[in-house]
Design a protein around this ligand. Structure first.
Ligand code: CTP
Length: 410
């Protein structure tokens, strides 16, 4: 998404200015060409040399100095850029721009540009909540400016509350979001992720090696592509993919079953990436099993509901996508599951392969559709794999929309 993009990073004078260095690094790592513009106050916190060294471009501070880069020539940065990000955005800079003041290089550029502008504010909690700042934010939003709101936390001024610059990961995610085509807008996607934990006694449970990474990647990418996403996940140790994805955390398969049933009617697409346990201990004991009382211990198991199979029976115009985590006969097993569960797509992966399956950041999959067509996806990051799966889903959405009778009611 950021490869070869020209991005202007505006840095205004707040203590979080040092974090912009990290933001610059992340954007350049992803292939963007970043041009930094600093206000005078920002230079009190970080020197232009830091940004210049890391961006490989001259840092612009002085409104009256001509641009030096010969490649840019007389074309101003505001014209060639794909996006402007102002991070941190102080109360002062928001106030100036909201009220049409252009008295330095940065504010002039914001006024002059036609490209999307993203603000990541950072300030003291009382400043953030003040009616002046809030009115300015509302005003800027009404004019089409975009925001990554600050988060709660310990602030540099010693107080605690909302005002901390959003995490760099979240700012980068918002930037990638701005560049993403919204081909899933209007679609409600239900995604399950992670393992389920089937309790044995108050201290033990049965689970599997799923960490939730694939499901979380799908949730993030679907939201980025404009879908309304609901994420139902088993217990996990991951950070939330985005603040705007509601997350329902369940423990066991029966809870996941209830949660999925609750959302199924109102969604258009279900992607079951969760590794649901097929069996659970017959009774969850109220007392811990001790070895003193039991020389050997035989655990009796009951079948859990097959959630996806049930959805396959109930489906109307839904699009259903399953996963098949296999250790042998990959495509045979995946094909049987696709048929038995009445799915549109099944994503098959051999979890014994290095770089695929549980816990890793990459995956190697084969996507099988109901017509028997197979799309082979080589080793890629789970975000990239998620995008390829969603490309297939978008094709199905388009086909369904064409086939649905008028009025097109999902
Ligand atoms: N699944 C489900 N409910 C279950 C088990 C699996 O909804 N009780 C879903 C998974 O989320 C996945 C698909 O069904 O999308 C296939 O899961 P998998 O564990 O590969 O296969 P199973 O159907 O459980 O069959 P088996 O364990 O015999 O391979």
């Amino acid at each position: 998404m950021l490869k070869n993009r020209e991005i202007i990073l505006g840095v205004s004078g707040g203590i979080a200015a040092y974090k912009s260095v990290e933001l610059l690094r992340e954007m350049t790592k992803k292939g963007a060409n970043v041009h930094v513009v600093m206000t005078q106050n920002a230079q009190q916190f970080v020197t232009p040399l830091t940004f210049q060294t890391l961006s490989g471009n001259p840092v612009l501070c002085d409104m009256f100095r001509l641009l030096e880069d010969s490649k840019i020539g007389h074309v101003t940065l505001a014209d060639i850029a794909d996006l402007m990000v102002i991070a941190p955005a102080t109360a002062n800079i928001l106030g100036k721009i909201a009220n049409g003041i252009a008295d330095d290089f940065l504010t002039t550029m914001v006024m002059a540009t036609k490209v999307p502008v993203l603000f990541a504010p950072s300030m003291n909690v009382n400043m953030w909540h003040s009616s002046f700042v809030q009115n300015n934010v509302e005003r800027l939003k009404a004019h089409g400016y975009q925001f990554v709101d600050p988060i709660e936390g310990d602030l540099a001024c010693g107080s605690v509350g909302k005002g901390k610059l959003a995490d760099i990961e979240e700012i980068v995610e918002k930037i990638e979001d701005i560049f993403t085509k919204k081909d899933l807008s209007g679609q409600h996607v239900l995604i399950t992720a992670g393992p389920t934990l089937e309790p044995i006694d108050p201290v033990r449970y049965i689970t599997n090696r799923s960490t939730g990474k694939m499901g979380f990647a799908l949730a993030k990418m679907a939201r980025r592509r404009g879908a309304e996403v609901t994420l139902i996940t088993g217990p996990h140790y991951l950070s939330l993919p985005r603040r705007d994805i509601p997350q329902i955390v369940v423990n066991d398969a029966r809870q996941m079953h209830e949660a999925v049933k609750h959302y199924f009617e109102d969604c258009h697409i279900v992607i079951m990436a969760a590794a649901v346990a097929d069996f659970r201990p017959q009774d969850c004991l109220t007392e811990k099993i001790t070895k003193r009382k039991n020389g050997t211990y035989l655990l009796e198991m009951d079948r859990n509901p097959d959630i996806l199979k049930e959805l396959g029976e109930k489906r109307r115009n839904h699009i259903l996508v399953g996963f098949a985590a296999e250790t042998s006969e990959l495509m045979e097993n995946a094909g049987v599951k696709l048929k038995e569960k009445n799915l549109d797509l099944i994503v098959a992966n051999d979890v014994t392969q290095a770089g695929a399956g549980f816990g890793v950041d990459t995956n190697i999959v084969k996507i099988l559709d109901a017509q028997g067509k197979v799309r082979k996806v080589p080793i890629l990051s789970k975000d990239e794999v998620a995008d390829i799966i969603l490309d297939q889903v978008v094709k199905l959405v388009k086909k369904k929309e064409k086939d649905l009778p008028w009025p097109r009611n999902w």
